[in-house]
Design a protein around this ligand. Structure first.
Ligand SMILES: Cc1ncc(C[n+]2csc(CCOP(=O)(O)OP(=O)(O)O)c2C)c(N)n1
Length: 601
């Protein structure tokens, strides 16, 4: 039977079919749907872990019992999980272990872009990269087999296009490997220098075995066409190149690390011009050059960053004199985005984060921010976030600033505040707070507790009282936790109450003590919050001062100019949830709840 699936759905299916027992992840686009889909297969234990490092450690533990295990994350998640990744390569596996890194060339929804195939080379493990949904399933299953055969974790890299595009997938049954699951007492799990004396030598021997093995993998293959142009490509770039040069010869690479260099040398000998088409780093190109295989063109013609597409590949290579591009693509303007109006992302109407940023913007504080929906506090009209570096960094960065400033940190002009979401706090903010308290820091930290991981689509957290598989769990109270960690001033505020937020922030800054303010309001999208009927603008009272627009709510818009040329404001009743934040900005009492019309007798 076949089914239309996204790459991420197909990976989840592969996890089920391959008999995986444990799958763990922390959400992050474009990887999130992998675990969301795995959780629909009850045979697999699946969990949102608090961060990617923990997710991979959970998978390593499961693999050490002989069970098959998978950890999934977005590109930057692998930075957080790099420690267990490298060490698991040293340890080896018992049950197959696949680490999925969903990369994001072009930064569709990521703070940075990076080519995580590099991790495989660094950790001396194989990397597989599928090009479509069927391959997503097949490569995942192959990765688990290779992991067991070669005694190492296997990295599977996807990109946004492969993870989110849909295609036909052949479905199979679930097969659990026929072996006992149990605890193994083996010194290999203890990475002590005395126990790892031979490990580097064994790892280099293993790498030699991996290099030999990739030469025989059917996922690496030559597809011979016109031998004038030979293209080496993997992942989504293979699809773009195939569409751009339909008649060319291809070396379709399924294991970008290590590259099957013997096959590549054979391919080179059969084509006149060899071109590497790859997104992100010159990863295949460098391996070819290192192996002494002549590359005619690669990243000398193609961009080093961002996402490729068929028209871009066809046009750039044609401009350099490469023949054979699809005529229809050459006619397509590939800079189609130029001239389109810019529509920056914005907080949802009624979002609780809005109240906090309205106040921070007014107080003109230096805001050490973090990653989540609230990062939009950096955008107009708030312009109230001065840094967002990586998850959890808001608290530790502010602490570093304080220590660098010394006494000057207490001067009014140097006042700063950290802002972090609840999921991000659980991910890696807790350790930063502990560090601040231990080292006598005096930061003021606002934790935006909206009871969800909003940015990635509303996943549960340790604060929601539920797990990914839907079981009930203890719901952590953030204020209690902060008090237990030694924070002397902890307050809980309603972020819709602008006055209360301002008083709380100002008092915390004035106190000179380390303080946490928990701004508690459920995510309006996730919990479908509607506080009342939509509020309305009294056009008689409205003076068109536009002060209400400073809250940046998309439920508010300007009316056409009236007879005096004034543009007053109206509220879209389909968007307004009745939070009343805009009304608190109005000095003329022009905004309020709709007064019910008297019932007719
Ligand atoms: C290391 C890392 N993992 C995952 C992500 C994806 N991601 C971005 S923000 C975020 C969490 C957002 O949740 P929260 O902090 O509760 O803020 P909210 O979006 O709900 O306001 C996640 C998981 C990331 N950017 N970096």
């Amino acid at each position: 039977m076949r089914s239309v699936m996204s790459g991420n759905e197909a990976i989840a299916r592969g996890i089920w079919e391959a008999g995986v027992k444990v799958a763990a992840a922390y959400p992050g686009t474009p990887s999130t749907e992998i675990l969301e889909n795995v959780s629909t297969y009850p045979d697999v234990y699946s969990e949102w872990s608090v961060n990617e490092k923990v997710a991979l450690e959970v998978a390593i533990g499961a693999s050490s019992t002989g069970a098959r295990a998978v950890a999934a994350m977005k590109l930057v998640g692998l930075n957080a999980a790099a420690d267990p990744l490298f060490n698991s390569s040293w340890i080896g596996v018992r049950g197959g272990l696949v680490v999925i890194s969903a990369d994001d060339p072009g930064r569709h929804s990521s703070q940075t872009e990076q080519d995580n195939k590099n991790y495989a080379r660094f950790a001396m493990i194989p990397a597989l990269e599928p090009s479509d949904s069927q391959e997503c399933k097949d490569f995942l299953m192959l990765g688990l087999e290779l992991s067991e055969e070669l005694n190492c974790p296997v990295l599977m890299r996807t990109t946004t296009r492969t993870s989110h595009s849909k295609g036909l997938v052949e479905l199979g049954e679930r097969h659990e490997p026929d072996r006992e699951i149990g605890i193994e007492k083996d010194l290999k799990y203890s990475l002590l220098p005395a126990f790892t004396r031979n490990r580097p030598k064994e790892m280099y021997e293993r790498l030699a075995r991996i290099r030999r093995r990739v030469e025989t993998l059917p996922i690496n293959r030559m597809e011979m066409g016109d031998t004038e142009v030979g293209i080496v490509a993997c992942g989504a770039a293979y699809q773009y190149a195939r569409e751009a040069f339909p008649g060319a010869s291809f070396l379709k690479v399924g294991s970008p690390y290590p590259l099957p260099v013997k096959m590549a040398a054979n391919f080179r000998s059969r084509v006149k011009t060899l071109i590497v088409v790859e997104e992100s780093d010159a990863f295949l190109e460098e391996q070819l050059i290192l192996a002494g295989i002549k590359v005619d063109h690669g990243q000398d013609l193609l961009p080093h960053w961002g996402e490729l597409d068929p028209a871009l590949v066809a046009n750039l290579l044609t401009a350099a004199g490469i023949p054979g591009a699809a005529a229809s693509l050459l006619a397509q303007p590939y800079a189609a985005q130029e001239g389109l109006p810019v529509r920056p992302p914005t907080l949802c109407p009624g979002c609780g984060h809005r109240g906090v940023f309205t106040v921070l913007s007014r107080l003109k504080l230096w805001v050490s921010g973090d990653i989540g929906c609230y990062t939009l506090g950096a955008m107009p009209p708030f312009n109230a976030m001065n840094s967002d570096i990586c998850m959890g960094a808001s608290i530790s960065t502010a602490h570093g600033i304080q220590k660098a400033l010394g006494e000057a940190a207490f001067e009014k002009k140097n006042r700063k505040i950290s802002v972090i979401g609840d999921s991000t706090f659980f991910h890696s903010g807790i350790t930063g707070l502990l560090n601040t308290i231990w080292n006598n820091g005096n930061s003021v930290i606002v934790i935006l507790d909206n009871r969800t991981t909003g940015m990635t689509g509303g996943q549960d957290t340790p604060g929601t009282g539920k797990t990914l598989m839907g079981t009930v769990a203890p719901a952590l109270d953030i204020a209690h936790l902060c008090r237990a960690m030694g924070v002397s001033r902890v307050e809980v505020v309603d972020p819709y109450d602008l006055k209360a937020v301002e008083v709380s922030v100002t008092a915390a800054l004035d106190s000179g003590q380390p303080s946490v303010i928990v701004a508690q309001a459920p995510c309006v999208l996730e919990y479908k919050v509607r506080m009342s009927d939509a509020w309305v603008v009294d056009l008689e009272a409205c003076t068109a001062c536009k002060r209400c627009l400073r809250v940046g709510c998309t439920a508010l818009s300007l009316l056409s100019p009236d007879e005096k040329g004034k543009q007053k404001v109206e509220i879209d009743p389909t968007l307004c949830i009745g939070c009343g934040v805009c009304a608190q900005m109005c000095k003329f009492n022009a905004i309020g709840p709709k007064v019910a019309e008297p019932a007719r007798a």
